[in-house]
Design a protein around this ligand. Structure first.
Ligand SMILES: *Cc1c(COP(=O)(O)O)cnc(C)c1O
Length: 372
């Protein structure tokens, strides 16, 4: 058995709690194609999240690819270089051209002040990310979208359950996309969803995720197979019973890190903006080598040497990867904030099962490295 501490660990309720769900699936012989657990989970998530419509998917990336299809996005799409690579890959899978715009260094999200200068006659949409679950400047982004007639699709893979001024952050934009991957706050092993605001859009997305079938003999569009199966959906129903306790545990851990690291020169923690009910999805710290005394990469190596599997989310930037780096908007000179943040970030372990002793040792490794 390895004693290593991962950066994240899945929320796995006791196995015996899952058995009755499995027995129900076996008895019904409904394994997929919008079975009872799929229906239950869509309704339960809409209620839990405070959104109008939920379309479940087999994973978040297929949900992103399908969201762009659903809105018939064409040409160029403005997006962020500071994200998981699937954000931009979803554009290439739709033969769309990503146009990268720098981030706001306070929120780590697409900087609305830099969007307008990136708009061309070919621009049809904006694909921002609520990075670490911190909401984008949704009002500024919507204002630009309205002015230029652009669609807005939020990659909300980190933003499960995040509320902003008392309402779900998922209610902004035309569509929002969630991921229920094992590493996320809420998981269905693999899984995802598109959040939309009206029944017609939900209908279109539901056709698209099932090959385009409207009925046995009618194909509405060249759809894909993005359906969530009954085992995934049942596991989602079980997760929902445990999600509040998991979020409380995450908050306690984040507050513990914040308290221990608040006044360390050269270490900056994630800022929680006013009015945001956050989900504590990640615990990034930003290490300024000249003030802390040790570089981010040296810290990364020290943790690894102690079997603490910290991660550099997000390094490298998406714009550094071979399929993106030759795009004009990938020019590092125009993405100075993204590059700076990417060179400083280190995500510390945060998940409900992390013990206080483990957290103390993680904090100790950082504090004892000071000035080394
Ligand atoms: C996890 C993630 C995705 C992809 O979701 P999957 O469910 O793993 O396909 C997309 N975007 C971001 C920002 C993510 O963190």
């Amino acid at each position: 058995m390895s004693n290593s501490i991962p950066v994240t660990s899945p929320l796995l309720p006791p196995l015996e709690e899952f058995m009755p769900f499995l027995e129900e699936i076996w008895a019904s012989k409904r394994l997929t194609n919008g079975g009872p657990f799929h229906e239950q989970l869509e309704a339960a998530l809409a209620e839990h999240l405070g959104v109008e419509h939920v379309c479940l998917f087999s994973n978040g990336t297929l949900a992103l690819v399908t969201a762009l299809q659903a809105l018939r996005v064409t040409g160029e799409v403005i997006t962020t270089p500071y994200s998981f690579v699937a954000t931009a890959h979803s554009l290439l899978w739709n033969s769309l051209k990503p146009v990268f715009v720098d981030i706001d260094p306070l929120t780590n999200n697409l900087d609305p002040k830099r969007i307008e200068e990136a708009i061309t006659p070919a621009t049809t949409a904006i694909l921002p990310v609520h990075c670490y679950g911190i909401p984008c400047d949704v009002d500024a982004i919507q204002k630009i979208a309205d002015t230029y007639g652009l669609k807005v699709i939020y990659d909300a893979a980190h933003a499960f359950g995040v509320q902003h001024n008392g309402t779900s952050v998922l209610n902004h934009g035309d569509l929002s996309v969630l991921s229920f991957h094992a590493t996320k706050v809420f998981n269905t092993f693999e899984g995802g969803a598109i959040i939309c605001h009206d029944r017609k859009t939900k209908q279109r997305i539901d056709y698209l995720k099932n090959f385009g079938f409207a009925d046995e003999v009618t194909i509405m569009a060249p759809g894909i197979n993005g359906k969530m199966n009954e085992i995934q959906a049942a596991f989602g129903m079980l997760q929902l019973r445990h999600i509040d306790a998991a979020l409380q545990a995450r908050k306690r851990l984040f507050d513990g890190y914040a308290e221990a690291l608040a006044d360390v020169p050269g270490i900056t923690l994630l800022e929680q903006p006013a009015g945001v009910d956050w989900n504590y999805a990640y615990c990034p710290v930003f290490i300024e080598a000249s003030r802390f005394g040790v570089s981010r990469d040296e810290m990364y190596n020290r943790y690894r040497a102690r079997d603490v599997l910290v991660r550099r989310y997000f390094y490298p930037l998406i714009t550094e990867f071979p399929m993106y780096r030759s795009l004009p908007s990938s020019d590092a000179a125009k993405l100075t904030h993204a590059h700076l943040i990417s060179s400083r970030v280190l995500c510390l372990p945060i998940y409900p099962d992390l013990t206080d002793e483990q957290q103390d040792s993680i904090i100790d490794i950082l504090l004892s490295a000071r000035g080394a």
